[in-house]
Design a protein around this ligand. Structure first.
Ligand SMILES: O=c1ccn([C@@H]2O[C@H](COP(=O)(O)O)[C@@H](O)[C@H]2O)c(=O)[nH]1
Length: 270
């Protein structure tokens, strides 16, 4: 099954637009995991077990694994999801972008080494740097468009040929880069007006929307402005708001409850 089919199917089966971000920080893990051989993996495993019925996808953030020397635990986590939550796709959030020959290797890293279903990419260097990812027709390629961070407008809102840079990205994604129907866009929940605008430009494209929970994005606006005509088309990510819902030994159950609560809140606005 392709990433797009898998995302739709998990979203319908679990009646969920929730993406759980797996961003484990060793310093924040519950005490009970501190002596474990693979604490990050044990943490993620408990989160996945508790949340898999309430989500449409998982999004491990690669920096948390690379930065803490835990690449093996990233691989173990993705393998675990494929085995124990097989219908839920995995987005590797790594925001790659480099010249074509290097991008080929990054695509192999994401899709062959880690077996991710989708990957986030940075379009700043242009089409040739995206092509190695886009050519994997069954994999999702999720392109940064209007990111959630406070200074995202520094470049993304610059006017160029009568449109802002993020609008150009949305139009290129829609008209030129989506030749395999495997493109999605990242639009931050912290910019609901821009989300609405991009939905108008790209009525059928899925959006990955980070920025609810810890970053304070408004869930109601995200749903009302971002859903497609069928009331779907969004993967609304929360990482810290779900994985650290409780930092005692009860963390798994608490994450499950937080994911379910977010799912239900989102559904109340659909
Ligand atoms: O525009 C963007 C793109 C990616 N992210 C990533 O999403 C999560 C958000 O984590 P929270 O704890 O829910 O704030 C994180 O992995 C970011 O790297 C984003 O926030 N904004």
């Amino acid at each position: 099954m392709s990433f797009m089919e898998k995302l739709k199917s998990a979203s319908q089966h679990n009646r969920s637009l929730v993406c759980v971000g797996l961003d484990p920080d060793l310093k924040k893990l519950p005490e009970c995991l501190k002596g474990a051989e693979h604490p990050i993996f044990e943490f993620n495993k408990a989160i996945v077990d508790a949340t898999r019925d309430w989500v449409s996808c998982y999004k491990p953030q690669a920096a948390y694994y690379a930065g803490q020397g835990a690449d093996d635990e990233l691989k173990m986590t993705i393998d675990y999801i494929h085995e124990h939550a097989p219908m839920v796709p995995v987005i590797l959030d790594v925001k790659r972008g480099d010249i074509g020959s290097t991008a080929e290797m990054y695509a192999r890293e994401a899709f062959e080494r880690y077996q991710a279903d989708a990957v986030t990419v940075n379009p700043y260097m242009g089409f040739d740097t995206l092509k190695p990812f886009l050519d994997h027709a069954d994999k999702g390629v999720i392109i940064l468009c209007r990111t959630s961070n406070p200074n995202s407008g520094d470049l993304q809102n610059l006017m160029c040929d009568g449109r802002m840079v993020y609008e150009h990205v949305a139009l290129l994604a829609r008209d030129k880069w989506n030749y395999n129907n495997n493109v999605a866009l990242v639009i931050g929940a912290t910019y609901p007006e821009e989300l609405k605008h991009v939905r108008g430009l790209c009525p059928e494209m899925p959006f990955l929307v980070p920025g609810v929970g810890a970053q304070g994005g408004d869930v109601e606006k995200v749903v009302r402005f971002g859903c497609d005509a069928n009331g779907g088309g969004l993967a609304i990510n929360s990482s810290r708001g779900i994985i650290y819902a409780d930092r005692s030994e009860n963390f798994g159950a608490a994450a499950g409850a937080a994911a379910r609560q977010l799912r239900d809140l989102i559904n109340s606005f659909r």
